[in-house]
Design a protein around this ligand. Structure first.
Ligand code: HSE
Length: 444
């Protein structure tokens, strides 16, 4: 044991939810953490704009500074924990910390998904570690699982509920039969959704996390700009209800898949509302919880579940990274776990596929005139495009009503082909409203 070594000194950038949680967990469990890490880990400096507020919580247990650059340039500090968020100041601080030879622990998914290549290259050159367990699914150790626990496998696909806010909203929409707008207001009142929930509800936050998982699973660079992203704002209560009648739940999933049927190989990377069979465990993940399903060729399907946000669940991941970095601090940089699971020189240039090349099955809802031949015409168009139908549900029209909802589930097809069929169906005079199209995944 080397527990007599001096504690490793940490600088904490930001003292909000994640920073405050990290401070508390590290102090509360410091003895266990020291026994695990082999030496103490001590936050010696904290940066926060509101100095008085930080001092109130920290007292004189650590130095409190207003300028975060003071911390990233402090020669006594070995590890910088970045909890500021965003991609501008955080990027500058992380790069400056690396230049000063510091390891970085961050929960910043946007920074890594967008600037990961630059950050990892800088860290590689300087021989420092970037640890980011908290960036995906908060307290759920999915990065550790993908990077180390599953390293024997050829990963085939990953599908995750990786945004708690939207999962909470979808759960409430289903349970109460409410539309998106009503539930969003309620979620904001309860503090589940941010005042500006754009990143969450538009799927951007989930896409950042899916981008990170995709890079680690397949050994490719971070390519957030290649992700197809759709949020949940357009979802209607009627579709959640029809999906339920057909045995499905609608979840906002982050999906990344290896496609060996494409010449030279391909990778799908997408976030969108998805019908999932109700009997899958992931379909039953409710409220603000996160869950990620990973399919590897050797292990089969594995599931990781837990809290994806909140002060202490996120701190759980940040502090675990601190322990990892402390253990490996003195190791030869070439013998550490590579940032993206694959050695930096062994990353692949596999093509990220366009959404038109993606293969899924579909849920379609068509508002149609209730008259002879309408169903035949629509199924005819699907047949012309070689799209096979799995199930059809026609809502009984109320008496005197001359239009009805036609719900169709298809088998797998290439999205481009579905787009062509949809354009043709939409042009029929008997199709009375924009067709609703939601992708469906069996996850079997
Ligand atoms: N806002 C995210 C969520 C947590 O709702 O899951 C941080 O990424």
């Amino acid at each position: 044991m080397t527990t007599t070594m001096k504690p490793l000194q940490v600088g904490l950038l930001g003292f909000g939810t994640v920073g405050g949680g990290t401070w508390r967990v590290l102090r509360r469990n410091q003895e266990e953490i020291r026994r695990r890490a082999g030496r103490g880990i001590e936050i010696v400096a904290v940066s926060r704009r509101d100095l008085a507020a930080a001092r109130e919580q920290i007292g004189d247990a650590a130095r409190v500074v207003a300028d975060p650059f003071e911390i990233v340039r402090d020669p006594a500090i070995a590890i910088v924990v970045e909890t500021i968020g965003g991609t501008t100041l955080a990027r500058e601080l992380v790069l400056e910390a690396i230049r000063h030879g510091k390891h970085v622990v961050t929960a910043n998914k946007a920074l890594l998904a967008v600037h990961g290549t630059e950050v990892f290259a800088a860290a590689g050159e300087r021989g420092v570690m970037i640890a980011f367990e908290a960036a995906v699914a908060g307290g759920v150790p999915i990065i550790k699982a993908l990077r180390e626990g599953l390293s024997a496998n050829r990963i085939e696909w990953i599908a995750g509920i990786i945004n708690g806010t939207t999962n909470f909203i979808l759960s409430e929409m289903r349970a109460k039969g409410l539309d998106f707008g009503a539930v969003l207001k309620q979620a904001q009142a309860l503090g589940y959704a941010e005042a500006d929930p754009t990143f969450d509800i538009e799927g951007i936050d989930a896409a950042h996390k899916a981008t990170i998982m995709s890079a680690i699973a397949f050994g490719v660079p971070m390519q957030f700009d290649r992700a197809h992203v759709e949020g949940i704002a357009a979802l209607q209560a009627a579709d959640i209800r029809y999906a339920e009648q057909l045995g499905y739940r609608i979840k906002l999933l982050g999906i990344t898949k290896r496609r060996d049927d494409i010449a030279g190989g391909g990778i799908e990377l997408r976030v969108h509302p998805t019908l999932v069979p109700r009997e899958r465990l992931i379909a039953n993940v409710e409220g603000a919880m996160n869950a990620v399903v990973v399919h590897g060729d050797a292990v089969g399907t594995t599931l990781y579940y837990g809290r994806g946000a909140g002060a202490e669940p996120t701190a759980s991941a940040v502090v675990a990274d601190l322990v990892d970095v402390t253990r490996l601090h003195t190791a030869d940089p070439d013998h550490r776990v590579p940032h993206l699971a694959f050695q930096p020189g062994a990353l692949a240039a596999t093509r990220m596929l366009d959404i038109a090349e993606v293969v899924t099955s579909f849920y379609l809802r068509l508002r149609v005139a209730d008259q002879a031949g309408v169903l035949a015409r629509i199924t005819g168009i699907l047949a012309e495009h070689d799209i096979s139908i799995d199930a059809v549900l026609q809502r009984e029209s109320a008496e005197g009503e001359r239009q009805t909802d036609l719900i169709i589930l298809t088998h797998d097809t290439v999205e481009g082909r579905m787009n062509a069929a949809l354009a043709q169906m939409q042009a029929l005079p008997t199709v009375l409203a924009p067709i609703v199209r939601i992708r469906k995944e069996e996850l079997s």
